[in-house]
Ligand binder design. Structure first.
Ligand SMILES: Nc1ncnc2c1ncn2[C@@H]1O[C@H](COP(=O)(O)OP(=O)(O)OP(=O)(O)O)[C@@H](O)[C@H]1O
Ligand SMILES: [Mg+2]
Length: 311
């Protein structure tokens, strides 16, 4: 199958840190691919290589028909890239920022006017066109940043944590825009720390220590998880967690807001757990099995990898 984005053993180190380690992934056209992973996993480095902004030490990748090393100029024309900290010009208005970017991309002025009107309407910024960018809310700033990156109608869009610091309502609005771009044929590669956003992607890759350790649809990732999650409520979650971590039939335990999540091979261990809590005089108000969330799967998968020290 011919993918829209394909990497071939893509590798990049910074001194002794292997930021991206022999990455081989294929991403279908017209999909939203979400790259998730803890701080320092290698997400930004991957995106910067795919956008031809830094060169790999070895390996390569193709975006559409173009090779990121041999055809970097062509890559730049077919992609939009929104870095983690995208710079808008705060002392220019919304409209002036868009005009500025259309000049950078050398869009003929006739086309540029129509495109800018379209993007303003698309991102709901028309009535804010004359506001200074510095005076926009966080969500509006991100929508403007995204619009600036869409001015040349890219077929591939790379977004590095585009919704950091954006309130939930604005985040949802930004995602609506991404869905509509995908439906227009754009292939989107987005990194995000938010699991609710990961769930909205067509496919996700979990990155850890420079490698993708899991890649599938959100539903398959959850369904393929073999273990069981027991959810426990107690007045003293910390003591409950410390106890369960010492039990040999418990694979993992971590706090999840008000809940304690315990990972076990078999849901019937809940009976054993109840007895152990009784024996150690820890009061619990309820214990029941829950369907794992993406976050459960990722927390556990990453913990397993770091315990094994296998990557
Ligand atoms: N220019 C650089 N010089 C030295 N080390 C770097 C450089 N850029 C990245 N690194 C290191 O490479 C690793 C991967 O970094 P990268 O920024 O790609 O991670 P990330 O997944 O984007 O993290 P975050 O979620 O914090 O943005 C980290 O250990 C980081 O410290
Ligand atoms: Mg990053």
């Amino acid at each position: 199958m011919k993918f829209g984005i394909q990497t071939y053993s893509l590798t990049k180190s910074f001194k002794d840190i292997k930021a991206v380690n022999h990455l081989d992934i294929g991403i279908e056209k017209n999909t939203i691919f979400g790259l998730v992973g803890p701080d320092g996993a290698g997400k930004t480095t991957t995106i910067r290589m795919l956008c031809s902004l830094i060169s790999p030490d070895s390996g390569t990748a193709r975006i559409g028909d173009f090779d990121i090393i041999k055809e970097s100029e062509k890559i730049k024309n077919c992609i939009g890239y929104m870095p983690q900290k995208f710079s808008l010009y705060g002392d220019l208005t919304v409209l002036e920022n868009l005009k500025f970017y259309s000049e950078i991309y050398q869009i003929p002025s006739k086309i540029s006017k129509t495109k800018i009107d379209e993007l303003l309407a698309f991102s709901n910024l028309t009535q804010h066109a004359d506001k200074l960018a510095s005076q926009l809310s966080g969500g509006m700033k991100q929508k403007l940043a995204l619009s600036c990156n869409l001015i040349h109608t890219p077929q591939y869009l790379f977004l590095d944590e585009p919704t950091i610091g954006v309130d939930p309502v604005a985040r949802r609005e930004l995602w609506k825009i991404l869905f509509s771009l995908r439906n227009q044929g754009v292939t989107i590669f987005v990194s995000t720390p938010y699991m609710d956003e990961a769930e909205r992607c067509d496919e996700i890759g979990l990155m850890y220590n420079g490698s993708i350790i899991e890649k599938d649809t959100p539903a398959n990732i959850i369904n393929n998880f073999q273990q069981h999650i027991l959810c426990i409520y107690s007045d003293d979650n910390y003591s409950a967690r410390d106890l369960v971590k010492t039990l040999e039939y418990v694979d993992d335990a971590y706090l999840f807001g008000e809940e304690l999540h315990v990972v076990v091979e078999d849901y019937r261990f809940s009976e054993k757990l109840k007895q152990d809590f009784k024996e150690y005089e820890i009061e619990i108000s309820s214990i029941h099995e829950i369907k794992p969330s993406l976050e459960d799967v990722f927390v556990h998968t990453i913990k397993n990898k770091s315990d094994d020290g296998d990557i």
